[in-house]
Design a protein around this ligand. Sequence first.
Ligand code: 5GP
Length: 115
Amino acid sequence: MTDDTIFDKIIRREIPSDILYEDDDVLAFSDVNPQAPVHFLVIPKQRIATLNDLQPEHAELVGKLVLTARQLAADKGLAEDGYRLVMNCNDHGGQTVFHIHLHVLGGRPMGWPPG
Ligand code: 5GP
């Protein structure tokens, strides 16, 4: 498929990744270039390129991304100290993979505002 991204290859197990959770709708795996002691991504299996492409019918799926992130963060012991969820959109947002994904970052204090 021409508009495949690296994440489609991870979903299809064509490239290896450290998969933390999977169901029919979502996949979670460790980020290959972690920016914090804990850094994983939660993605829909359905490819949606950017946040700009979200439609009302995706509401349940987006909710599931957040709830999956919340559960995995709790499983990793991040709930009490806290953690950060990030979704980057396009150039100014710093998006590099055009398949929406929720970053989950934790294990250290996060600065604010972001650079
Ligand atoms: P973005 O910059 O689009 O918000 O985030 C893309 C993320 O995907 C980056 O944090 C990057 O490290 C991660 N990433 C890119 N390629 C791979 C890969 O092949 N495997 C894994 N596990 N993560 C990747």
